[in-house]
Structures are given as structure tokens and as C-alpha cells.
Design a protein around this ligand. Structure first.
Ligand code: NDP
Ligand code: BG6
Length: 507
């Protein structure tokens, strides 16, 4: 039952015409790939990696002959392993699930013993010999869904024992966190670079796989009118906001070591900022895009704690939800922030003087991620004696993806008063019934296609850490007492004043 690699399985759904027009083929006819998930017994693999691979298969984006090999220390049979994974695969077609499950394999071993990696190499080779067509190159994707403590030894062992043979390519997917500060990130970077070329490394920031984050490039550079007003002359401020309703529930141990600034701001929000602020890349090729992003980061000043508001959630006002410090996995008296607002500036021609306000927090009153671009005031004068509201362009990343522009409009009727109205492109109305893929699905497809544009490059990471490390060290040293806000509230008091200080008209 051998088929050419690029052919879809018989049971997969047909991709839309737009999806079919992907810039490059997924794999060439002469290519075969095995995806190896390290840490396959873990939470990320179960919640994200396997469901994303399944969704690719379901929508005919996983080359038919691809096989997926899970690896972890837990001693499980392939059958036990697949019965763990299967409940996470959502589909009403049992045949399609069965076809995918038949491609799943599992083998166990340590993360530090050479012999175990030699065995892993044998297991991969066996799959290749069984499923690749004669003459196909046998490529390998390693997905490190592992705790960061083992990234370096695993990357070294994979290089020593498990690289693809005979000129086929090997790609390594690395999950965050990429270090805890500039120094530890550089240490990880050096260790990876000792054995792997940058073009082989795919550092995931899953926000780069989100539909509306990817759309920023189209909105900005495929529309004449946005391009014309995208600078300090027209824009008063840019707000990038991430709000979650849940607290750290169960992840307090991990979270307390990192805090919200590392968990969300330094990566997800900063990535969005660079896409909002960068100049037009020459092409959409990975290095053209990433060169522009790095240029933005290098024009920014390191953040100071004086330019931040830090908060930590306490119990909800009605006492039904526990505070951060009530979580048993959180050390007593921890000052780790669960909320952060920060202002950053980009010292270049386009953005000089424009505040970029980043806000992120857990246990808040709503869940949303959005970019809000607030334009400058229109002079009212004698023409419009009543106050005009500022134009705003909002890109809602989640939930309910949307792009809308708030503008002043004449109130319909006999009068001449202006009021705010919206040009609204809410996705579920404009693109009714169109599926928006999960970020991990989009990113895994990019890895198979060898497109690194939505992955974080080493120098980009370095520049990002440089901006946050001094403030993070101050926070880590316990020098700042976070402001306590109730679980389920809008965040710490003082936020409105903080925003107003940077000319934000309203929160
Ligand atoms: P887990 O804690 O579930 O670990 C994954 C697997 O690694 C485990 O099943 C276990 O497998 C092995 N493992 C756990 N602890 C150790 C250890 N101390 N030494 C060696 N192996 C260990 O992690 P997640 O799946 O939650 O996360 C994996 C990576 O993805 C991390 O880097 C995380 O930061 C990142 N990530 C996770 C997200 C999530 O939602 N979970 C979201 C975004 C990023 P076994 O014992 O069988 O070998
Ligand atoms: C992760 C953070 O990177 O992103 C989590 O570690 C956060 O704390 C999550 O909840 C948010 O991702 P999403 O896709 O649910 O918005």
C-alpha cells in the first residue's frame, strides 16, 4: 500500500482552494518523513501535538506515507499509548481516526543514554524501511515536547545518534521556554548551535501560528490605505492585550518560576508587536521577515520596572475563587506577577514617541487577545465643536477573530451629529463556515514545508531577552511588590492612570 509521499489519504477531507494554493508543496514526490515526538507521554503532546497532526491528516495536509513515532521514558505499548492519544482526536468519522491511529507508533527510553538513542534510531530506520518508497529521501522531524531541563542533552543525543541519513533533512522543533533570561537563553542557543544549523531549528511561539497574527502581514502590506497611515504621524498609541479568565490552576509550580512577563509578554506579545511595527519585508521568505522583526527589536529600549504595572491575583471578591498564593504549588509569599502592563518605545523614524502598551494577565474578567491601534485626534475646531472619538483599528486574535475599524459617522437622520460606528469584519460572519486551523497545526505544516518565517530566529530571541532581562532580574530579586487584584476583576488599580499617562484615551 505504498503511495507517493505527497498524496493524501483516501479518507481525508479536500482542502479549500485557498489552502491548495500554499506557496510551496508540503513534500516533494521523492521525500518521505517520520515525525518523532519526544515527551510523547506528556500534556503538550496529548493536548496539542497529536491533535494538530491529526487535523493535518484529516484535511489532507499530512503526506500519506508519514509515520509518527512517540518517544518517552514511560514504558507503554503502542496500543496503550494510542488509547491515551485517541480521545483527543475529534472527528465523527471513525474510519479516518483508525487510519491515523495506524500511523502512530511508540517506543520508550531515557533522555540521556546513548544506547537508548541508538535504539530510537533503529526504530525510525525500521519505519523508514517499511514505509518509504524506493528512492525517497528519508527525512526526520523531531518535536521536543519536553521540559526545558532536558532540551540540551536530548538535542545533543539526537545529533549524535538520530540524524537523518544519506543527505535527507532533519528538523528539530523546540518548545518554549527558551531560557529564563539573556544568559540562559544564550547558553541554550550555544548548546543547540554546537550541533544544529539554524535552518534546522524551529523555535515555537505558538502565537505566530494564530490566524489573526499571521493576518497582520496581509492587512498591513496588501492594503494601500493602512500602509499610508502606519506611523507616528497618524498613530497615537498601540495596545496589545492578552487576558485570560483562568488562574494558574495546577501549573503554579511552573508558573512561579517564570511569571507572566516571561510566560506571555516577552514572547507572544513581543512577537505581535514586531509584526505590527516592522517595515515591509522584501519577500515573505523566512529571513526577509525575520530580518525586519529583528530590526524593530534592536531599535527598542530595554524596559524599566518604572514603566510597568505588576499585579498578582488574590481571591475573587465573592471568595469562590482562590488567590494565586492559595495554590499549594506556589511558594508562600511569592511575589511573582500574574499581571503585567508595560510601555515600550521604538526609536526609529516610523515610531519615535509612539507608546506600545503591552498588557497580559491571568484570572481576569474576560478572555481575549487583541491589537488596538489608536489613531491621533482629528482637529475638531469650528467644524465639529463636539468631541470626536479617535479612530481605532482593532485586530481581535481571539476569541471570535475579527478586524474592525472604529470611525466617526453622521448619525442617520435629519441631524448632523457624529457618532462612533464600526466597519466590522467579524470572521464567523464574513467567512461563514470556514475552518480556522489551530496554531499548532499551522506551525507543524510550516515545519513539514521547511518554512521558518513563523518561528523565532536565534538573533530575534537574543534581542527579545535583552529588552526584558534587566527588569526581570529586578522582579526576580523580589524588589517589586505586585499590586493585588481580585480574581475575575479587570486587573490591578492604577491601570487606568498608567494608560492615561501614555495618552490612551480610554481603557
Ligand atoms: P510535561 O511535564 O507533560 O512533560 C512531557 C514529558 O516529558 C512527560 O510526559 C515525561 O515523559 C517527560 N518528563 C517530565 N518531566 C521530566 C523530567 N524532569 N526529566 C525528563 N523527562 C521528563 O510537559 P508538557 O507536555 O506540559 O510541556 C512540554 C514542553 O512544551 C515544555 O517545554 C513546555 O514549556 C512546553 N509547553 C507546554 C504547554 C502545555 O500546554 N502543556 C504549552 C506551551 C508550551 P516520561 O516520563 O514518560 O519520559
Ligand atoms: C502559553 C502560556 O504559552 O500560552 C500559558 O504558557 C497561556 O500560560 C497560553 O495560557 C495561552 O495560549 P492560548 O493559545 O490559549 O491563547
Amino acid at each position: 500500500n505504498k503511495q507517493p509521499a505527497a498524496t493524501a489519504t483516501a479518507t481525508a477531507t479536500t482542502p479549500s482552494s485557498d489552502e491548495q494554493s500554499l506557496a510551496s508543496p508540503i513534500l516533494g514526490q521523492n521525500e518521505y518523513v517520520t515525525v518523532i515526538v519526544l515527551g510523547a507521554s506528556g500534556d503538550l503532546a496529548k493536548k496539542k501535538t497529536y491533535p494538530a497532526l491529526y487535523s493535518l491528516a484529516k484535511h489532507a495536509f499530512l503526506p500519506a506515507s508519514t509515520h509518527i513515532l512517540g518517544y518517552a521514558r514511560s514504558n507503554l505499548s503502542t496500543q496503550d499509548f494510542t488509547s491515551r492519544i485517541q480521545p483527543g482526536l475529534k472527528d465523527s468519522d471513525p474510519q479516518r481516526i483508525a487510519a491515523f491511529v495506524s500511523k502512530l507508533h511508540y517506543t520508550h527510553g531515557s533522555y540521556d543514554q546513548p544506547q537508548d538513542y541508538a535504539n530510537l534510531d533503529k526504530a525510525i530506520t525500521q519505519l523508514e524501511n517499511t514505509h518509504a518508497l524506493p528512492g525517497q529521501s528519508k527525512n526526520r522531524v523531531f518535536y521536543m515536547a519536553l521540559p526545558p531541563s532536558v532540551f540540551i542533552p536530548v538535542a545533543n543525543m539526537l545529533h549524535a545518534h538520530c540524524r537523518a541519513h544519506n543527505g535527507a533533512w532533519t528538523r528539530v522543533i523546540v518548545e518554549k521556554p527558551f531560557g529564563k533570561d539573556l544568559e540562559s537563553s544564550r547558553e541554550l542557543g550555544r548548546a543547540l548551535a554546537a550541533n544544529w544549523h539554524e535552518h534546522e531549528l524551529y523555535r515555537i511561539d505558538h502565537y505566530l501560528g494564530k490566524e489573526m497574527v499571521k493576518n497582520l502581514i496581509s492587512l498591513r502590506f496588501a492594503n494601500m490605505f493602512f500602509g499610508a497611515v502606519w506611523d507616528r504621524h497618524a498613530i497615537a498609541n498601540v495596545q496589545i492585550t492578552f487576558k485570560e479568565m483562568i488562574g494558574t490552576e495546577g501549573r503554579g509550580g511552573y508558573f512561579d518560576e517564570f511569571g507572566i512577563v516571561r510566560d506571555v509578554m516577552q514572547n507572544h506579545l513581543l512577537q505581535i508587536l514586531t509584526l505590527v511595527a516592522m517595515d515591509r519585508p522584501v519577500t515573505l521568505l523566512a529571513d526577509d521577515v525575520r530580518n525586519e522583526k529583528v530590526k524593530v527589536l534592536r531599535c527598542m529600549r530595554p524596559i524599566k520596572t518604572q514603566d510597568m504595572v505588576l499585579g498578582q491575583y488574590g481571591p475573587s471578591e465573592d471568595g469562590s475563587k482562590p488567590g494565586y498564593l492559595d495554590d499549594k504549588t506556589v511558594p508562600a509569599g511569592s511575589k511573582t506577577p500574574t499581571y503585567a502592563a508595560a510601555v515600550m518605545f521604538i526609536d526609529n523614524d516610523r515610531w519615535s514617541g509612539v507608546p506600545f502598551i503591552l498588557r497580559c494577565g491571568k484570572a481576569l474578567n474576560e478572555a481575549k487577545t487583541e491589537v488596538r491601534i489608536q489613531f491621533r485626534d482629528v482637529p475638531g475646531g469650528h467644524m465639529f465643536p463636539s468631541t470626536l472619538s479617535r479612530n481605532e483599528l482593532v485586530i481581535r486574535v481571539q476569541p471570535k477573530e475579527a478586524v474592525y475599524l472604529k470611525l466617526m459617522n453622521k448619525e442617520p437622520g435629519l441631524g448632523y451629529k457624529q457618532h462612533i460606528a464600526e466597519l466590522d469584519m467579524t470572521y464567523h460572519e464574513r467567512y461563514e463556515g470556514v475552518r480556522i486551523p489551530d496554531a499548532y497545526e499551522a506551525l507543524l505544516l510550516d515545519v513539514l514545508r521547511g518554512d521558518q518565517a513563523n518561528f523565532v530566529r536565534d538573533d530575534e530571541l537574543d534581542a527579545a531577552w535583552s529588552l526584558f532581562t534587566p527588569a526581570l532580574h529586578e522582579i526576580d530579586a523580589g524588589k517589586i511588590d505586585p499590586l493585588v487584584y481580585p480574581y475575575g476583576s479587570r486587573g490591578p488599580n492604577g491601570l487606568i492612570k498608567f494608560m492615561a499617562q501614555y495618552g490612551v484615551e480610554r481603557d
